[in-house]
Design a protein around this ligand. Structure first.
Ligand SMILES: [Zn+2]
Length: 351
């Protein structure tokens, strides 16, 4: 692999736990009104591999949010690259190929809050794996010692959910998803127990909701609505993939399911086979959509076929010399006469 590993990161941050009114225009993010802010950064690893970071942070002011991102960045082994370097690639551009499904996801519980066990991960994997009309599926790969690759020099070949302590200061990154060009995606969750108290909140964060959202990024979905300021439809706001945490949301919304179906539609059902049986003598049947020679090859009892094209009778028979085989193809829906020397039958694709 000569191209540098590229990586995209999306982060979900605390927003709607904050008082109502948190969703507003950037200008409304004054001292009284907390708001989510979002922007993209390109960073470089010590080894040179670049990454794209998409942050969503809740904070009382844009300045606080910027500080929260800067604090989170200092805890990661990456350095910001001047703007303008990100134009060549898109953050969530690739989807898993069929031979990568189901996508294995391992969990590293080190540092997790006591309330978060593997079941929180498994529930999220199952939700995204059971969207009707989609072939997408995750597979729980068990407990791992590995950590999310954004903490390392590069991808390690395993899709991992792990925890790390990221600093919070009036704003807090809760989780981020990194997407490598080599088809590896990792999720990093913030184990900082002060994530809520730093924001002056005494409520309990629902990690299953956070994990479900990040797994949607891992599956290949972007946010349901352009972050950060929309406009967003009610359906987009209700989605798990909405860019703000809006409280417990453990069930995929129609918008989420539509997204996964669009990315990974269910395989078309196998073409229905139709059994065609000839009785000895004349049979009046709609012929399958194959050339007469192929029909005869698969129905050895076929002696001759006649079709009326509206003006004349056309015929085909194995015995006939080519110039006399006037029937080149069967009419798609009209019945034709087939003379059989005995009984025979075969399966053909349905028309
Ligand atoms: Zn997100």
């Amino acid at each position: 692999m000569t191209r540098p590993a590229r990586l995209a990161l999306a982060a979900l941050a605390l927003a709607a736990l904050l008082p109502a009114g948190g969703r507003g225009q950037p200008g409304s993010a004054g001292a009284e009104t907390p708001a989510a802010v979002s922007w993209t950064l390109v960073v470089e690893r010590p080894g040179g591999a670049r990454a794209r970071l998409e942050f969503l942070v809740a904070a009382r002011t844009p300045t606080d949010a910027e500080r929260a991102v800067a604090a989170a960045l200092r805890a990661l082994p990456v350095a910001p690259v001047p703007p303008g370097a990100s134009a060549a690639w898109r953050p969530w551009g690739w989807a898993w190929s069929d031979d990568e499904l189901p996508v294995p996801v391992a969990y590293n519980p080190a540092g997790a809050p006591p309330v978060v066990g593997p079941q929180a991960v498994i529930a999220g994997l199952q939700a995204w794996s059971s969207v009707e009309g989609s072939r997408f599926a995750f597979r729980y790969a068990g407990i791992t010692d590995r950590t999310a690759s954004i903490l390392d020099a590069g991808p390690d070949g395993e899709n991992v959910i792990s925890w790390v302590h990221l600093p919070c200061h009036r704003g807090c990154v809760l989780g981020l998803t990194s997407k490598e060009e080599v088809h590896e995606v990792d999720i990093l969750l913030n184990s900082n127990p002060n994530a809520l108290t730093e924001l002056g909140l005494d409520t309990v964060l629902d990690w299953r909701t956070i994990i479900l959202h990040e797994l949607g990024h891992m599956a290949g979905l972007d946010h349901s609505c352009p972050a950060p300021w929309g406009p967003c439809t009610p359906d987009e706001v209700a989605a798990v993939m909405y860019f703000q945490y809006t409280g417990i949301n453990r069930v995929l919304a129609p918008d989420d399911r539509a997204g996964i179906r669009a990315l990974y539609p269910a395989q078309p059902p196998p073409v229905a086979a139709r059994r065609l049986a000839l009785e000895p003598g004349w049979n009046l049947l709609v012929a399958p959509p194959v050339p007469p020679a192929e029909l005869a090859a698969r129905l050895p009892c076929l002696a001759v076929a006649y079709a009326f094209d509206g003006a004349a009778w056309l015929r085909w028979a194995p015995e006939l010399p080519a110039p006399l085989r006037t029937l080149a193809r069967f009419p798609p829906e009209a019945p034709v006469w087939l003379l059989a020397s005995g009984p025979c039958a075969a399966e053909f694709p349905a028309p």
